[in-house]
Design a protein around this ligand. Sequence first.
Ligand SMILES: [Zn+2]
Length: 429
Amino acid sequence: MTIPKLLLEVQNRRSDIIQLTSDLIKIPTINPPGTNYREICEFLSKRLKKSGFDVDIIRAKGALADTDKYPRFNLVARHEGTYSGPCIHFNSHIDVVDTGHGWTRDPFGGSIEGDKIFGRGSCDMKGGLASSIVAAEVFISIFPKYYGAIEISATADEETGGYGGVAWLAEKGYFNPKKVQSVIIPEPLNKDRICLGHRGVWWSEIETKGRVAHGSMPFLGDCAIRHMGAVLEEIENNLLPKLNTRKTMMPVVPEKAKKSTLNINSIHGGLEEVNESYNGLPAPLVADSCRMILDRRYLVEETLKEVKLEIYEILEKVKKNRPSLEYSVKDLFEVKPSYTDPKSNIVQTVEDSISEILGVKPEYVVSPGSYDQKHIDRIGKLKNCIAYGPGILELAHQPDEFILISDMLDSAKIMAMTISKLLNEDVIN
Ligand SMILES: [Zn+2]
């Protein structure tokens, strides 16, 4: 039996997985603006070449946010098996969000304390990337003659939409289902959960317009903020309660995200806020413009068209009572919901591996926010895709972010076992 050997060998790589994770954390790939993408790709390339992978480093030239100062570099590595067969692909994003305040450790120190590795990106998701690399390398060392191929990609810009990363690669055919048959994204969803997808997103900017006048004679103008107030009242009294009654059949976590949600991200009306260096009084003006950014997360049971229509209906209703209201709606960002069938091959295989290694039946979850699965699904047209990886979701983007070494080792075992189930002889034949 070589499976116990496979698992034992992952366990033996404990110090390697720690070192790799810590080294990755030490390369600060903060996005925005997107620093050190080339450095991290070159670091990974050196390692993966040594393990027998063919490595491509690809710049998403001309993609959103790609500039000569902050180029969007991505890495795709492929290890070819001895015999033809399916390809399993592990995709991790290399970017991390800015550190923010409240750290008690160096965010880019990669320090190790007991079972924890600390640092920005430890959990989201350099620990997951390290786990997938070790899993693949160990599998290849124990089963050098296998069927199919293993790919590992390390991609830019997930935190800002993925346009210089997975979206770009998907456009170029890297996620063509003829070439890649299953994808695991090792995002930190907890080692005993399988994430099937995410809700949809619509970001928009609503502007109400008015007419400027002297603040002492507001009746001569038309206040855009009051118009927006009426819009907000409609949202508060009618739309939000309605959204709260809609519940999806998708297992979104946390529980409250099973419903449709709407966040008002920001609102700006009237004069721009005065500069800190100015300590005088503001000018008396009636506001001629008010802008509001909405973040609407929608369910697989709703359509984007209906979601947009709801907002237009509110604006029209308000306009009936306020005939002078002029408004505009600008689409900023939209993502359709993504949902992989729980009966699909990748879900079932990872589920079996989790059960065998952890002795529990995994929980299926759906992410409240979107991640790179959207591009693999919508652009790549590849449906056999899930997020599965070590790390506690709630720690992502927090100060003193950490990952448990034991979780990484368990996840790496589950990933290695999954590769073995998909690419080994007894399964293929
Ligand atoms: Zn992430």
